[in-house]
Ligand binder design. Structure first.
Ligand code: GAR
Length: 205
């Protein structure tokens, strides 16, 4: 008997092309995972529409609807945990999760960041890389911790920076590589499991 597919909850804030790549991969039973819910911190984003088209339940928790950031963080943890995820994927989720979230879901939440960590953390990875003048950049999948894009690295992918790049062309090149990395790595995490040894992430049991 094949093991049950790993349960993925994906959190998004925008276009959701990384989510779409995961939804597409999950069509194949051999991928070993299914997206059981998609959450967002804002209404009306394409990522939610992608989930709805795929028949995946969605939820929205807006920070502005809570008295404090801590209450939002607790509510987010509870709502995600309701879906009993094996792995939570932050895929273009533009909020930092806090201590309450991490106390429940730390160690099984990964985030994809459009830069090669530890360079260029934060909200503007492609812009910061372009401004710095690096010749290569990429994307990093990491296990979320309390810092800003500081967690243990699961996978990285590299793309060139071209002389005529704008932030948009560079980010688009990163996203093509990022989606492939995300699908490959999340699939392996789902099928093979993973463990943390200090800062080093080992795939497999
Ligand atoms: C991705 O490039 C992701 O790495 C980035 O937002 C994009 C989302 O694209 N995330 C961050 O910058 C988080 N700090 P998508 O909505 O099309 O998947």
């Amino acid at each position: 008997m094949p093991a049950a597919p790993a349960r993925l909850v994906v959190l998004v804030s925008g276009a959701g092309t990384n989510l779409q790549a995961l939804l597409d991969a999950c069509q194949d039973p051999a991928y070993g995972a299914q997206v059981v819910a998609v959450g967002a911190d804002r209404d009306g984003v394409e990522g939610l529409a992608r989930a709805e088209r795929a028949g995946v339940p969605t939820f929205v928790l807006r920070v502005a609807d809570f008295a404090t950031r801590e209450e939002w963080d607790r509510a987010l943890a509870a709502r995600v945990a309701d879906h009993d995820p094996d792995l939570v994927v932050l895929a273009g989720f533009m909020k930092l999760v806090g201590p309450a979230y991490l106390s429940v879901l730390g160690g099984r939440t990964v985030n994809t960041h459009p830069a090669l960590s530890p360079s260029f953390p934060g909200m503007q990875g492609p812009r910061d890389a372009l401004d710095y003048g690096v010749k290569v950049t990429g994307a990093t999948l990491f296990v979320v911790d309390a810092g800003v894009d500081t967690g243990a690295i699961v996978a990285q992918t590299v793309v060139p920076v071209e002389d005529d790049d704008t932030v948009a062309t560079l980010h688009e090149r990163i996203k093509v590589a990022e989606r492939a990395m995300l699908v490959t790595t999340v699939g392996r995490m789902a099928r093979e499991g993973f463990r943390l040894e200090g800062r080093r992430v080992r795939l497999g049991r």
